[in-house]
Design a protein. Sequence first.
Length: 609
Amino acid sequence: MHNYGIDIWGDDNFIIEGSLVKVNDGCKPALLSIVKEIRAQGKQGPLLLRFPHLIKKQIKNIFQNFHRAKEELNYQGNFQAVFPLKVNQFPNFIEALTEAGKAYDYGLEAGSKAELLIAMSHIKNSAPITVNGFKDREIVELGFISALMGQDITLTIEGINELETIIEVATEQPNSIPYIGLRIKLHSLGVGVWAKSGGINSKFGLTSTELIKAIALLKKSNLLDKFTMIHFHIGSQITDIGYLKKAIREAGNIYADLVKLGAYNLNTINLGGGLAVEYAQNSESRKVKYSLSEYANDIIFMLDTITKSKKVKAPDILIESGRYAAASHAVLIAPVFELVSEGYLASDLSLKETNPPLIEELNDLYKNIDSRNALEYLHDALDHLNSLLTLFDLGYIDLLDRSNSEVLGHLIIKKSITLLQDQNYKELLHIQNMIQEKYLINFSMFQSMPDFWGLNQHFPIMPLSKLDIKPTRSATLWDITCDSDGEISYDTKNPLFLHSINLKNEEYFLGFFLVGAYQEVLGMNHNLFAHPTEATIKIDNEQYFIENIIESPSILDILDNLNYDTLRIQKTVKDKITSSQLIPDHLRSKTIDSIEIFLGENGYLKTVK
């Protein structure tokens, strides 16, 4: 059985039983069964399935590990966590997240006015709200309103000018002042794509000099009692905990010195995000070098050691690990629409009565290949195919000869790989690279997995069925956008193998896992492909329930969102159909009806089964 690395990235959330991928919870439904039930309702194109029990699992894991570490080390500070809304603001996710987080007073982090309004309206008053990012007077005033509502809100200052704005508003509204945090600019750097989030040249935060100036301003304005938090963030997806430990040493010493400078109510260090998720599908590609348990242990041990040596109180710890909380809950499922090179079939041969000698030799190889000679014949076929393509370029063979060469070459390669599939020839990986099957997938890379396109972020990919059959086709995935970047190429270091299928007889679905963080909110409507149809799946021991289905926006909705006058578009098209001399009178009404149906459906490709 080929398990597609599910034991590496799956975290026991999904399992393989027989030929199917199943959700490892309750009655363990097969993903394929869920997909077929939704498609039976007429929903075609890609689907995004949300599993709220996985959100609950991740939140529980975070709090349990930190509380265990606190007890083991007798740490005196408290632990809190917030979810950064920038990671995923979609309502079906946020509703499930806030429900799962109630028992832990799990809070929200906002980076804009709209996000702050979501936070203010979605969590109970005892759960923390932190506000990061650049601020104007309006967002500061929103923070004061939140405090007036009795919420536990902290405005984190990114610059001295923001602190001056808070002081100004505080003189006007002295009875509803939120807590104040200061973001510190560390010398410590993160790792990977997001390393620039840390370091002295990072976009956010105050230098040591600015921190001292901020403390002086707070004292002068009688607001020092509202200064309760320092915050740092050295980047998302920190795969090596050593970078975080270095940052904690620096931040812990800054915390202790600020307390000694008179910041008597400073009681919290906000470590930002960075808790990594493993996306690898093979052992050689693993990136995350620590566990959640080690993460919690190291943070608490280091802060305990620093504060004891500095003789200051142990701070409360707050983290903003959004990727860890969100990534696993969502699975994108998309059908294969076409196998682009599956046209190389024996029935496509059009051999002449007299063929060029190399084509005759290819034909003999195809007829006589077996497991004993497969590797030798494979080498011969590749050599002959290259020679025949050169002969075509030089004008010595015609287009029909070229077609026969390509068909025979690919038939031999596919047959030899099938014959050799139980033998671990490394050479086969490179040969597979030459004859990849192109799977045209009914989804948009730019909409549903923008981090693959923009950052080369790998996501686990596997078929939902046929997992009891060894896959033999080296796969390149093409999305349906008119953009050559919409491709996941075959990679000999991280090869993806899929099955040979006849799409006329069956459907074949691929699952793209760990897409719950950032992908939806960063997705772009390239070619005007919008968010896929989504559904929430709840599971108990007896059955599963499909809830909160939100269909992919219709073409009219998409055009309306771009501020097109959709009524004008409909009228113009209708008028042109009515006046066209090319359309018979008896078909005009039917043609107009067809246009109205098209405009009311989403833009993804439709299949007829």
